[in-house]
Design a protein around this ligand. Sequence first.
Ligand code: AMP
Ligand code: ZN
Length: 171
Amino acid sequence: MLRDFFARMNRSADGQPPGVVVLKTNLSQRISTADCVFCKIAGRELPAEVLLQTPRVISILDINPIHYGHALVIPTSHCSDFLAIGDADLHELMRVAQDVARGMVSALGLEGFNVFSNNGRIAGQSVFHFHLHITPRYPDDDIRFVLKLKSYRDGEMAAYADKIRHCLSHH
Ligand code: AMP
Ligand code: ZN
């Protein structure tokens, strides 16, 4: 849940072996779509406060918001995480996310908002059907991503960039 996510974000990153975090292509347990809460919401089998539905995407209010109006943007077709979503769904998802964010800013008079996604249990994902969170932010709202930032030693930044670049499909 999000509480766990923020707890994880607040912890020190020390103790992680450098550069050996391997994201599997499917980060989550395989679950039956019949048991998937977001599949059920997309199919209108479960109730939700729907903001918008397009052929490929549904946006709803999160049932346990960080702030009131916290929205989720969800592909209607099941995929477990960011690495599993197809191009057409991804494209429409981002268009809908921008529309929802614009609406939220306008409706709630926001100065800022966060867009984020948890991928894999270790990253705080609790519903293993991919979704973006869009959350209102307010001055002095005491929500902080407190991170202990690292510095690279000589050559390390280039080495990490090389390592990742070599695994990109567009290199
Ligand atoms: P995550 O922890 O990033 O996987 O986010 C899952 C989110 O889904 C959480 O913020 C939950 O509050 C939210 N959620 C779970 N069940 C429902 C539901 N039935 N309707 C709306 N939001 C839900
Ligand atoms: Zn699903």
